[in-house]
Design a protein around this ligand. Structure first.
Ligand code: SIN
Length: 315
């Protein structure tokens, strides 16, 4: 029996509208139902029934922990349903990499969860959303697809590596050092390697039903940037206002402005968890000698923030 594909809408430019053919638009205007109805052949691409559900309708710059929690919980419910084969999430491009990483950290990886988006609104002369959604549905119903992925402009990206790298271009995403996992071309999935990617087990899967995750606010984790002319005032005020964790976006191989480093030492002494990520978009820091804090394992600062926050929820 063919399995159902679930489409969970969250908003974004893919659901954005403006004057027909114009550049100006407002994100997150169409309902998920309207978005899906506008694309012929979607149910056929899924090879079975489509289930459509709207989790939120927001510009993803405004993504917050309440929407993340609801989205993760709805994904978990659908993934546990044996009649569901995979999930597609429509999302804004601006924070899609963060949501993808959060879900990768939380969800079981035995079925595909494909996030997709668009750089142009639905009312553009040539919108990219319909093809992206069609590709995402194809991918989510592919028998070899597993785990969380981002699918945009025909490329399939790993949630660990993917970043938005351009504010305008249609091909706004890149996997930086990693390269895409594969492509969707002429209605077919082509993996980059002979063996399709196997998704790792979620590191924080057990959290989904934990009261610390389901109830109340998640611990506050902020990002501090090491830059020329830096001082530690921002870190001191974060600590004074009750931050629980700080990811520092360090220069190069994890180096820090001495004034910021001193402030981070004060933060750590006050019980704040500190992680070091690099500002460099490519590569990975080599072991940092003489620094007391854990590095972020090659994650970008925004993804390291999510991982640290989940660690603190789990603690
Ligand atoms: C958003 O991230 O929701 C707006 C921008 C976009 O989707 O391209």
């Amino acid at each position: 029996m063919n399995k159902k594909t679930v489409i969970l809408g969250t908003g974004g430019t893919i659901a954005g509208t403006g004057a027909a053919g114009g550049h100006a638009y407002t994100a997150a205007q169409l309902t998920t139902e309207e978005l899906v109805r506008g694309i012929p052949g979607l149910a056929q691409a899924a090879g079975g029934d489509l289930v459509i559900e709207e989790v939120a309708r927001i510009d993803s710059k405004d993504m917050d922990h309440a929407v993340w929690r609801r989205l993760a919980q709805r994904c978990a419910v659908h993934l546990a349903d044996s009649r569901v084969g995979g999930i597609v999430i429509t999302h804004g491009t601006d924070t899609i990499e963060e949501t993808a990483w959060l879900l990768h950290e939380l969800l079981p990886a035995d079925k595909p969860v494909v996030l997709t988006c668009a750089m142009r609104p639905a009312t553009a002369l040539v919108p990219d959303g319909p093809q992206n959604l069609l590709d995402a549905v194809l991918l989510a119903s592919h028998p070899e697809a597993r785990g969380v992925m981002v699918c945009a402009l025909g490329s399939i990206f790993d949630p660990c590596d993917v970043s938005k790298v351009h504010p305008q271009r249609l091909n706004a995403f890149a996997s930086l050092d990693g390269g895409p996992l594969g492509w969707v071309e002429a209605g077919q999935v082509r993996w980059a390697h002979a063996v399709p990617p196997s998704a790792a087990t979620a590191r924080h899967g057990a959290l989904l039903h934990a009261p610390a995750f389901t109830d109340g606010a998640w611990p506050r984790v902020e990002i501090a940037l090491s830059h020329a002319g830096c001082d530690g005032a921002l870190v001191d005020s974060m600590v004074a206002s009750g931050v629980r964790g700080i990811v520092v976006a360090a220069t190069g191989n994890g180096t820090l402005h001495h004034a910021l480093e001193a402030a981070l030492e004060r933060a750590a002494d006050a019980g704040v968890a500190v992680r070091v990520a690099s500002r460099c978009p490519l590569g990975r820091m080599a072991a940092i000698t003489g620094q007391p804090w854990r590095d972020a394992g090659g994650l970008s600062p925004v993804k390291a923030r999510i991982s640290l926050m989940l660690e603190l929820v789990a603690a």
